[in-house]
Design a protein around this ligand. Structure first.
Ligand code: ADP
Ligand code: ADP
Length: 229
């Protein structure tokens, strides 16, 4: 897989308020790096910069040495799968929502992706609350379940780089556990950046970066960070 590198990245939304004050880290090929830190620290901003919703203001982000600003939007979208905090689903079956990741996929491939994301049991259901005619297949999805639909979609798409911005909403421990195992499956052999709102979901990350006040305050394995506390 590709190597993603942040090199002294600085960013602000408003000029008088720096958000990232010079962030450097590497996501090695096929590894998983998690970014944790208090709310407002700039974690999601990191994911938005990598997906190029915004451009860095100083410093650079590279993929295999190539500056992100020199990568076409098209090849960037092909290379990176983004699982956002809040997934908006189409008003159709879960299977339809997953197939959107790769429209040519067979039913079998859609089913397989759903099973890997642990939602194989409800792919024929319709997500409720999206103006869906509430029938017997209507199913109210939690934030975590919607996120697993997005994970299944990304598994099907199969990009070499993955960004997962964890749901911020409170999840019950079962959902949290399900997301953790779905994440372990989808991140295997992909270069993965996880924006984590809970340390418990990223125990298996190769490295955890603690972001505080726009800077990297600490980094290490889950084990090392826990021991240090
Ligand atoms: P985190 O993910 O760590 O909670 P974010 O990266 O979402 O933090 O946000 C970092 C800071 O930037 C927050 O203080 C937030 O209010 C601010 N922010 C986020 N998005 C915008 C925006 N589009 N315009 C202005 N400020 C923003
Ligand atoms: P979330 O609250 O789901 O983490 P974001 O990460 O997008 O949402 O934003 C984090 C914070 O940044 C929120 O408090 C939000 O109010 C603020 N924010 C987001 N977009 C903007 C914006 N365009 N201008 C100012 N503040 C923003």
């Amino acid at each position: 897989g590709p190597v993603v590198k942040f090199d002294d990245v600085k960013f602000h939304y408003d000029a008088d308020r720096p958000i990232l004050k010079g962030i450097s880290f590497e996501v090695p090929a096929g590894k998983t790096i998690a970014v944790v830190g208090p709310s407002g620290a700039g974690k999601s901003t990191i994911s938005r910069l990598l997906y190029r919703f915004y451009d860095v203001i100083e410093g650079k982000i590279t993929i295999d040495g190539q500056d992100l600003r020199d990568v076409t939007q098209e090849s960037l979208r092909a290379a990176i799968g983004m699982v956002p905090q809040d997934t908006v689903l189409f008003n159709d079956t879960i299977a339809y929502n997953i197939r959107y990741g790769r429209p040519g996929a067979t039913d079998e491939e859609v089913r397989k992706a759903a099973e890997l994301a642990q939602i194989g049991h409800f792919i024929e259901s319709l997500p409720k609350g999206y103006d869906t005619p509430v029938g017997e297949r209507g199913l109210k999805l939690s934030g975590g379940e919607k996120q697993r639909v997005a994970i299944a979609r990304t598994i099907l798409k199969g990009p070499p780089i993955l960004i997962l911005d964890e749901a911020t909403s409170a999840l019950d421990s079962k959902t949290e556990e399900d997301i953790k195992s779905a994440l372990d499956v989808v991140s295997a052999n992909r270069t993965t950046l996880v924006i984590a709102h809970r340390l418990s979901t990223v125990v298996n990350a190769d490295e955890i970066i603690v972001l505080r006040d726009g800077q990297i305050a600490e980094r290490g394995t889950h084990h090392r960070l826990l021991v240090k506390q």
